[in-house]
Design a protein around this ligand. Structure first.
Ligand code: C2G
Length: 128
């Protein structure tokens, strides 16, 4: 049983997010998503449109996602990898290199980020 882990805010869920989740799920048998809490988003200098509970509700409806856990801080990843017996850690390659410390605990894969879509772009387009 290969277990995959990824993290993110996943606000205003769009096809770039889903494409990441789809590819991550194809790397194993179970995909766990660490979803940034509203408080952690503030630490990331992000303000999500949807609350944590609503973003969790949406993610749990996606066929590629098996479990959603809260991402509360930058320090929890090693503990999460050990707690959930993770084999593969995945992030979009806008994070390339940032989580290489996890290579001591599991495989680390950065997938190409989907171009042409982002939550920021959606917000900007809707403002105009
Ligand atoms: N992503 C993507 N293509 C896009 C937009 C996002 O592949 N067009 C990927 C990102 O690379 C990330 C995931 O989708 O792997 C979630 O993106 P965000 O919700 O923006 O997450 P982020 O703010 O990058 O938080 O500890 C890690 C952080 O919580 C990551």
């Amino acid at each position: 049983m290969t277990k995959v882990l990824t993290y993110g805010t996943f606000d205003l869920l769009h096809w770039g997010h889903v494409h990441l989740l789809e590819r991550a799920s194809q790397l194993g048998d179970e995909l766990i998503v660490g979803l940034s809490t509203d408080e952690f988003n503030a630490e990331k200098h992000k303000e999500a449109y949807h609350s944590y509970e609503h973003r969790k509700y949406i993610l749990e409806a996606i066929r590629y996602v098996d479990k959603v856990i809260p991402e509360k801080d930058w320090e929890q990843k090693i503990k999460d990898v050990q707690k959930y017996d993770i084999d593969v850690f995945v992030m979009g390659d806008d994070w390339k290199g940032k989580f290489d410390f996890l290579k001591d605990y599991c495989e680390v894969i950065y997938l190409p980020r989907t171009t042409g879509i982002s939550t920021t772009q959606i917000k900007q387009d809707l403002e105009n």
